[in-house]
Design a protein around this ligand. Structure first.
Ligand code: ACO
Length: 353
């Protein structure tokens, strides 16, 4: 039966290293607090005018394409996951197509907005296209340039110390091998508390979901049209990400193990049979909770948040690419990719490398 394999993988992170100490120049924080709560020591920040979410995604894509022994012209579909796109619209998918110089092929480009779960959602969608025979060479990219949208002040410190920039990419192709490819996946969401981890403006909500719409400063509701960014939005910082950290933590440590077990059960496997779990690099403490909940050994879990911070949609492909480069992902290994994030959305994919 036709399945989907990762034929090539690559990642790109900017050269610019930003340590916890560097952050103290902009906000009241310290290395001890950040490391103790998140495990993060440093992250990479892209360089303005030189790097964007799309250009970083392009660099990662070029490596993945080369390692898949294919060419950009042979790619027949693009999927791009990010929460920090170059433009509000159009999405990064078409910009990536342009950067790769393959606009003439006029292939489809899909943008995914599932935040930290974006890569797992993208992989699961791509898997269906490959299994159905619709596409044979899908380029899936997860990339983020968070640094352009973080609040570098004490007000924004609970969020801005966590996130970093980078990109990862895979080329997905069909395989007929019995012991290779995506074996199971599960996708979930719960929007009841969507604003717990959110960036509210710009948006068309007009204060609709909020007890006090005046906080956003939108003009008279009876006047057609309006403005996306008001003085009050800027004043209140609604154009910056908001996170109720403790609530995210509590939900994440339940949903991560639950969805991993769901995808293991689907293929009749147990946690001890996982060769490598690559959890979305949300926070080292969350990954450690998941490891303990599933009784996994240290060598069964890969973490690199210490070096890169949380790179949202890019974190899984960056970690998978690094693990592969380090020889920790080998042909025949049972790999689990799992994520939880804003929405809330969460998901897991089990694959045989
Ligand atoms: N530096 C120093 N002090 C800080 C910082 C900072 N960067 N940020 C917050 N504080 C202070 C707070 O102001 C508060 O001070 P107070 O007690 O005087 O009021 C104190 O530290 C504790 O604040 P909490 O928000 O309760 O801190 P908590 O211990 O919960 O840690 C954290 C915050 C790390 C965000 C934690 O809640 C957490 O790990 N949450 C999970 C969320 C997460 O990891 N999200 C990642 C992105 S989402 C995703 O990828 C799934």
């Amino acid at each position: 039966m036709r399945k989907t394999k990762i034929a090539g993988i690559g990642h790109y992170v900017p050269d610019n290293v930003f340590t916890n100490e560097d952050l103290t120049k902009y906000m009241d924080t310290n290395d001890e607090w950040i490391q103790e709560r998140t495990g993060i020591k440093e992250r990479r920040f892209g360089t303005k005018h030189k790097e964007t979410t799309t250009t970083m995604g392009t660099e990662a894509a070029k490596i993945a394409i080369e390692r898949a022994n294919t060419t950009a012209e042979e790619i027949d579909f693009i999927i791009f996951a990010t929460l920090s796109p170059d433009y509000y619209f159009p999405g990064c998918g078409v910009l990536l197509q342009r950067e790769l110089g393959i606009s003439k092929t006029e292939i489809g480009a899909l943008d995914i907005r599932n935040q930290c779960t974006g890569f797992v959602y993208g992989l699961t969608v791509a898997d269906q296209f490959i299994k159905s025979g619709m596409y044979k060479n899908i380029l899936l990219v997860g990339a983020e340039m968070h640094s352009m949208g973080l609040e570098f002040s004490t007000r924004g410190r609970n969020v801005s110390v966590i996130f970093g920039d980078g990109a990862g990419a895979v080329v997905l192709q069909p395989t007929e091998e019995e012991d290779q490819g995506v074996l199971s996946s599960a996708l979930h969401s719960d929007g009841t508390k969507a604003e717990i981890l959110s960036l509210l403006s710009p948006g068309s909500h007009g204060g609709h979901y909020h007890e006090n719409p005046e906080e956003f400063g939108f003009p008279d509701p009876n006047t057609p049209g309006g403005v996306f960014i008001t003085d009050k939005i800027l004043e209140n910082g609604f154009h910056y990400p908001f996170m109720d950290g403790p609530s995210v933590f509590k939900k994440a440590v339940v949903k991560f193990p639950e969805v991993i077990l769901e995808t293991l059960k689907a293929i009749d496997k147990k946690p001890e049979e996982i060769d490598l779990l690559i959890p979305h690099q949300a926070n080292l403490r969350i990954s450690q909770f998941v490891q303990r909940a599933l009784k996994l050994r240290d060598d069964q879990v890969y973490n690199n948040i210490q070096k890169y911070g949380n790179t949202t949609a890019a974190s899984i492909p960056i970690a998978l690419s690094e693990a592969w480069e380090e020889g920790k992902v080998k042909r025949g290994d049972l790999i689990c990719l799992a994520a939880f994030g804003s929405g809330f959305t969460w998901g897991s994919c089990m694959l045989r490398w």
